[in-house]
Design a protein around this ligand. Structure first.
Ligand SMILES: [Zn+2]
Ligand SMILES: [Zn+2]
Length: 396
């Protein structure tokens, strides 16, 4: 592992910022304090800053030489609406808000790289530092793109890192092709005809019809999807009724679909509609289906994934890079950037949780767990990765 000496020496600054952001988490599109802090820090490094894309988005540009080539490096800034159980000094100051996905750390790693890149400028071209809002379900990346991110700041490729609990510190995971799934939400309203529970023959029972829909939908993934196409269909909500002696007028179901391929999503959406409508009809009821595509799958471009893997291998050692890391069914807003530009998304090992300060919660140090904390040892590692990636991509 060949960390950049200056990044290691300067890590205390980004580390303090990371803990400050952790203590002051902000939810999607409300990252005002975080955005101010990031912008002021970049300006302090002598980096020009552009603000306002996606509302709270921050873009910093570091130029060197005369090349028109540019690389985009993305960090996310938002926290989650959940209660932190840690009691250490940098715990969240706000009830119901927590940096449980490590976006505080992603921001700090990119600041560490920005500090070094601005001071040294040993590359030819532009490094575009992208600090995005609302990764957690708010599609902040899509909003920045819609508001002109890549029109105003040309990028030949874009890259992003996500800390990965369970993967050892100093290790990276990447793969060509899909690395995270699409996320899609659906709702099914089954309309029957309510009435007295003692006279079911005078009603159309939406609860029974909806229960059959739940059963029927299990056949979509097991019987209709090609077995080699990964997919999840989970029904997570079933709401009906308000009294034990009343058959309600309607029942509402909801859930999520995850795939690695839009064609598989298309198939599942179509089958959800068919099974729901025809099953409801069989019971004299009707079904109204809404299906919403939230994030597309995160699909790494093979050439950029290989470029990043090779770089990580050269800097951190071959045995520190998992080149065909298992993809996950979680989803990631960076997917929208990879639809606009070539690039890759990598995991950076967050370790097993031993790094946590005394006073951490009893839970495992997993993403979205109330006892999670980002591992500050990653700041010089991620910072070095970003610097070397940019320098190689923009080699004179
Ligand atoms: Zn998350
Ligand atoms: Zn995250």
């Amino acid at each position: 592992m060949r960390l950049i000496e200056n990044v290691v020496r300067s890590a205390a600054g980004p580390r303090a910022i990371r803990r400050d952001i952790h203590a002051h988490p902000e939810l999607r599109f409300e990252e005002h304090r975080t955005s101010d802090l990031v912008a002021a820090t970049l300006q302090g490094y002598g980096i020009p800053v552009h603000r306002g894309l996606g509302g709270t988005g921050v873009v910093g540009i570091i130029r060197s030489g005369s090349s028109k080539r540019a690389i985009g490096l993305r960090a996310d800034m938002d926290a989650l609406p959940m209660q932190e159980v840690n009691t250490f000094a940098h715990r969240s100051r706000f009830d119901g808000r927590m940096h449980a996905c490590g976006h505080d750390g992603h921001t700090a790693m990119l600041l560490a790289a920005a500090h070094h890149l601005a001071a040294n400028r040993s590359f030819d071209g532009s490094v575009v530092l992208i600090f995005q809002p609302a990764e957690e379900g708010g599609a902040g990346a899509r909003k920045m793109i819609e508001e002109g991110l890549f029109d105003r700041f040309a990028c030949d490729a874009v890259f992003a890192l996500h800390n990965w609990p369970g993967l050892p510190v100093g290790h990276f995971g990447v793969r060509p092709g899909p690395i995270m799934a699409s996320t899609n939400e659906f709702q099914i309203r089954v309309d029957g005809l309510g009435g007295h529970a003692a006279m079911p023959h005078l009603t159309v029972d939406p609860v029974l019809a909806a229960a059959q829909v739940v059963q029927g939908l299990q056949s979509v993934v097991t019987r209709e999807r090609r077995p080699i196409d990964a997919a999840v269909l989970s029904l997570t909500m079933f709401h009906a009724g308000s009294a034990s002696n009343v058959i309600p007028d309607s029942a509402t179901l909801g859930g999520t679909v995850r795939t690695f391929d839009d064609a598989v999503t298309d198939l599942i959406e179509q089958r959800i509609r068919r099974v729901s409508q025809l099953t409801a009809q069989a019971h004299g009821a009707s079904a109204d289906v809404t299906f919403q595509r939230v994030y597309p799958p995160t699909v790494n471009h093979p050439q950029e994934a290989e470029f990043a893997a090779q770089l990580a291998q050269d800097v951190f050692g071959a045995n520190h890079v998992v080149r065909n890391v298992e993809p996950t069914m979680a989803a990631e807003d960076f997917a929208f950037m990879l639809r606009e530009r070539p690039g890759a998304y990598l995991f950076i090992g967050n370790g097993d949780g031993d790094h946590r300060d005394a006073g951490h919660g009893a839970g495992p140090c997993n993403l979205h767990n109330a006892a999670y904390d980002f591992n500050d040892d990653l700041i010089p590692i991620g910072g070095t990765f970003w610097v070397r990636l940019a320098e190689r991509f923009l080699a004179p």
